[in-house]
Design a protein around this ligand. Structure first.
Ligand code: HEC
Length: 120
């Protein structure tokens, strides 16, 4: 495949991901940044905890994952809490051990939060 064609495909995928993220089962492109550490299948913890069913559950409660004290003490994950955390993990929950700087674009945060609502 040519580079131009690949670029075209990548752009197409990115444009598709934004408006359809809320209803699609597929992860938005912004979620690629999370995949190194997180799985969305229940019970599959990696560097980070499984994100299956994370929306609405108490922070720090995925079975079998060893959380920091800061995460274990945090509240439930609603839209506002997830949005704040994904934009600025260290600022939102000081002392948590997720080594991720945060999603810079508000539309990426919105797309990932919408996606996390769909992973059960
Ligand atoms: C370098 C690895 C890494 C990356 C990249 C990463 N995370 Fe995490 N994440 C973690 C770790 C480790 C924790 C547990 C933090 C703690 O216990 O303090 C965590 C915790 C979380 C939690 C809280 C889970 C719970 O059970 O309460 C959410 C939500 C989350 N991450 C979402 C994301 C999203 C969405 C992305 C991508 C935008 C992402 N993370 C990127 C490692 C990572």
């Amino acid at each position: 495949m040519t580079t131009t064609k690949m670029l075209g495909l990548a752009l197409g995928a990115a444009l598709f991901a934004v408006p359809f993220a809320a209803s699609a089962d597929d992860a938005p492109s912004a979620f690629n940044a999370c995949k190194a550490c997180h799985k969305v299948e229940a019970g599959k913890n990696g560097v980070g905890p499984s994100l299956a069913g994370v929306f609405g559950r108490k922070a720090g409660s995925a079975p079998g994952f060893k959380y920091s004290d800061a995460m274990a003490a945090a509240g439930a994950w609603d839209e506002a809490a997830l949005g704040k955390y994904l934009a600025d993990p260290k600022g939102a929950i000081p002392g948590n051990k997720m080594a991720f700087a945060g999603l810079k674009k508000p539309e990426d945060v919105a797309a990932v939060v919408a996606y996390l609502k769909t992973v059960k």
